[in-house]
Design a protein around this ligand. Structure first.
Ligand code: ADP
Ligand code: MG
Length: 258
């Protein structure tokens, strides 16, 4: 048992436990009977073609999509009871960046969970937010409007917000999409650091070439979970051929083994 922000977290529970999860928006299921278990400290990529249900899986883990059937547990509890311990980095392109708000304000949103709804962020929260921006090398842009940032800078702001939450579990949706090489490197280092601290990371990842470099575990998803395990165990040519229906993107690296 560890104590975090007034919550007791059983250390023997998986970070994420999904059993028989089916999600449908309309007729076709976006996820079908998905089973997935991630132990704490996992650094995992969700990989699969467009429309495979990758974002849906993250949203189900956040408890924000209706489930047809199945069960989701985050650190042993319903996602709704784990919000305080979960940080979410949404897909950058799914966000309205014209919303008039400053970089610092976006990061301060990360402190709301700890504050509760009725307290406004104060000096301590501002210091934490600036520290997270510092860590993402964005402190000098704290006063900027988010609409004025480049894609890579916007992504750094999201990561700073996730950092300020001081979560146990991080769900990220394509954090590397559309960022420059320097930002890519800092995101990868940050993920490695968090995992090293025992945090759990589950991130949708579109670039197959960098899966072995950045991740330890992989979830191969195409409406059903086709494989889950260490990259070494599951990230193989034959699995990927099956996952992409024989149309594996060209940028796949040499595999560790097969
Ligand atoms: P991925 O992230 O792997 O590209 P998604 O989880 O976004 O896939 O979507 C899976 C499927 O569900 C797709 O067919 C998509 O069109 C559909 N879908 C996703 N979100 C919604 C929604 N809010 N309403 C209706 N259909 C949706
Ligand atoms: Mg998606």
């Amino acid at each position: 048992m560890i104590q975090r922000g007034g919550l007791e977290i059983p250390t023997d529970q998986p970070a994420l436990d999904v059993e028989g999860l089916t999600v449908t928006y309309g007729q076709e299921p976006a996820l079908w009977n998905a089973d997935l278990r991630l132990s704490r400290g996992s650094l995992a990529a969700i990989v699969g073609p467009n429309g495979a249900g990758k974002s849906t899986l993250l949203k189900a883990a956040l408890g924000v999509v209706p489930r047809v059937s199945g069960r989701v547990r985050v650190l042993g509890e319903d996602p709704a009871r784990r919000r305080r311990l979960v940080a979410y980095v949404p897909q950058r392109t799914s966000v309205d960046w014209d919303f008039p708000t400053s970089v610092l304000d976006v990061v301060l949103m990360g402190t709301y969970g700890q504050l509760g709804w009725f307290r406004r962020p104060g000096r301590k929260e501002r210091a934490l937010a600036l520290q997270a921006l510092e860590q993402m090398e964005m402190a000098d842009l704290a006063g900027r409007q988010i609409a004025e940032l480049s894609g890579g800078q916007q992504q750094r702001v999201f990561l700073a917000r996730a950092l300020v939450q001081d979560a146990e579990v991080y769900f990220m949706d394509e954090p590397f999409a559309g960022v420059d090489a320097v930002t890519e490197q800092s995101i990868a280092s940050l993920m490695g650091l968090l995992a090293h601290q025992g945090k759990t990371i589950l991130s949708v990842h579109h670039d197959l070439a960098t899966v072995p470099r950045y991740f330890e575990h992989a979830v191969l998803l195409n409406r059903v979970v086709q494989a889950v395990g260490t990259v070494k165990e599951v990230f193989h040519r034959s699995n990927l051929d099956r996952l992409y229906g024989g149309r594996v993107p060209a940028n796949v690296p040499e595999f560790a083994s097969s």
